[in-house]
Design a protein around this ligand. Structure first.
Ligand code: PEP
Ligand code: MG
Length: 537
């Protein structure tokens, strides 16, 4: 039997190629104390940042439009004044330039770590920091991949600067680290490169070996051929309407611009806290209104669902000065902040109403981390007293999942955050890579919970969207539609494929697919049942 390595598949098509192991980058020199003084170190650091920025410009000029936008965003991260100020603090304490940028980025990383979206930005920042340090030490960083052939890249993980150097020869990617929301996963999905991430034994693969990358089967098969691949689905690119609207998740105005180039019907989740990650003082109502107006104006046509600040736990927001908690994911996060920070939530809603009026866009607002019907009512009353919004809540806790029928007349809509709902349903920390199997959306426990929420929402006349990562999987999106979910919201890179999947089935067929999912007794059989059911249509 051929050797098989398990991991987490990304995308729907398999590939066979020759293993090309990317050796870990040359070690960077240890940080030291400055021997030339803070001012001279600052000049060196500025020079290195400028060189890395110029390199990002060059990579952007060789990339497609979407990747070029990623480089533009990275440049902004690298050239951030606040980051340089923090680095200057370390220079003043005697660090050398490499130590100053390294420590400044670590400080930002600690502040931002947690949520998958923030984690991706932290990983980007760390990569930029390594590039600046490599430049300071005169170490070259580059992948040097062949232009022709069919190679399967094997590495720890790949940064945006790495993926920009992928040549047409790269048909598959295997990483030891990274998860379903890593940059590698996002890029491979967007470019239809077969990928399996989070493969603990990735480095047991030998250069030159022929392997099958089988994302649908969540595995890599040494010596495998394409005919061994788990049935892969393709969805035809069509102009037909999907059976339920497919919206986009966004966090910034740049995301809104990208989403507007997809088939997205509006925005299903605007994570507002992404605008405040590095703000040390609370933004004023005018400042917020201006940022929201920019996002609303750029967003794809359709309603825009804005989530009020979801700080706490894995999303620290500096200006809220939140106290340390023993168990922050079970602590004061999301809407629970209303007790200490009511004025900030009022200011957000006030700014949103101003931006809504200024742009003429249809704005829906929702609160995160709701556990009781009383909390839902409190938010709904507050939001309606401030603006002309449709009002809703996120369903992220088992407690509110069990009371969707009681939301009739209280809210207009709910949106299920499957990332957190899985975490709380399975008592499994979403940031713990060891618990990935429990957080797999194909787990029957989650699918049954989603079925209940869909049915209770339909009976109560409350529309039920899903905006967690699970909705970015086209096959899972069909299951959701079949369970009575009335809209999904996916990451911008997945909007088109999810739309195509939902345009390729009828509502009746989606119900059959959902029944196949519900018949699965574990995650693997639920997924296999669904792929088999979809393959019939
Ligand atoms: C979720 O929990 O599924 C969600 C969409 O919110 P976030 O990932 O921002 O916590
Ligand atoms: Mg959440």
């Amino acid at each position: 039997m051929s050797k098989e390595l398990k991991g987490l598949g990304v995308g729907l098509t398999a590939a066979v190629g020759t293993v090309h192991v990317v050796a870990p980058a040359q070690a960077l020199p240890a940080w030291g104390k400055s021997t030339i003084g803070a001012e001279a170190e600052a000049t060196r650091l500025k020079g290195a940042i400028a060189a890395v920025s110029a390199n990002l410009d060059e990579l952007a000029s060789r990339s497609d439009e979407t990747t070029a936008e990623i480089f533009e965003a990275l440049k902004m991260l690298l050239e951030d004044d606040e980051l340089f100020e923090v680095a200057e603090g370390y220079l003043a304490e005697g660090s050398d330039a490499a130590g100053a940028i390294g420590q400044a980025v670590n400080e930002f990383g600690e502040l931002l770590g947690g949520d998958p979206d923030f984690e991706a930005r932290v990983a980007d920042l760390q990569d930029l920091s390594r590039r600046v340090q490599a430049n300071l030490a005169g170490i070259a960083v580059g992948l040097e991949l062949p232009q022709t052939g069919q190679i399967i890249l094997v590495g720890e993980d790949f940064s945006p600067a790495d993926t920009a150097q992928f040549t047409p020869a790269v048909v598959g990617v295997i990483t030891r680290a990274g998860g379903p929301t890593s940059h590698t996963a996002i890029i491979c999905r967007a470019r239809s490169i077969a990928a399996v991430v989070s493969v603990p034994d990735a480095f047991s693969l030998e250069n030159g070996a022929t392997v099958l990358v089988d994302p649908v089967g969540d595995r890599v098969v040494v010596g495998g051929t394409v005919s061994d691949a788990t049935a892969a689905l393709t969805f035809i690119d069509t102009d037909e309407e999907p059976i339920i609207p497919v919206r986009s998740n966004i966090g910034t105005a740049a995301d809104a611009v990208v989403a507007a180039k997809t088939k997205a019907n509006g925005v299903g989740l605007f994570r507002t806290e992404l605008l405040y990650l590095s703000a040390s003082t609370a933004p004023s109502v005018d400042q917020q209104a201006a940022s929201y107006a920019e996002v609303l104006a750029a967003a794809p046509t359709g309603p825009i669902v804005v989530r009020t600040i979801d700080a706490g736990s894995d999303k620290p927001v500096p200006f809220l000065n939140m106290p340390h908690e023993e168990n922050p994911s079970l602590g004061v996060r999301g809407f629970r902040l209303i007790v200490e920070h009511r004025q900030f939530i009022i200011d957000q809603l006030t700014s949103l109403e101003a931006a809504r009026k200024q742009t003429g866009r249809e704005v829906w607002v929702m609160a995160p981390m709701i556990a009781t019907v009383d909390e839902a009512a409190e938010f709904a009353n507050l939001a309606r007293s401030i603006g002309s919004f449709k009002v809703g809540i996120m369903i992220e806790t088992p407690a509110i999942s069990m009371q969707v029928d009681r939301l009739q007349g209280v809210v207009d809509f709910v949106s299920i955050g499957t990332n957190d709902l899985s975490q709380y349903l399975f008592a499994a920390d979403r940031m713990n890579p060891a618990l990935g199997a429990l957080l797999n959306p194909w787990q029957p426990g989650l699918i049954r919970m989603l079925a209940k929420i869909g049915a209770d929402g339909a009976a109560a006349g409350v529309s039920v969207g899903v905006c967690g990562e699970s909705a970015s999987d086209p096959a899972f999106a069909v299951v959701l539609a079949g369970l009575g979910i009335t809209s999904v919201s996916a990451s911008p890179s997945q909007v088109n494929i999810v739309t195509n999947a939902l345009a390729s089935v009828t509502a009746e067929q989606a119900k059959e697919v959902a029944a196949a999912a519900l018949a699965g007794t574990d995650a693997a059989s639920a997924k296999a049942n669904v792929l088999a059911a979809l393959a019939k249509f």
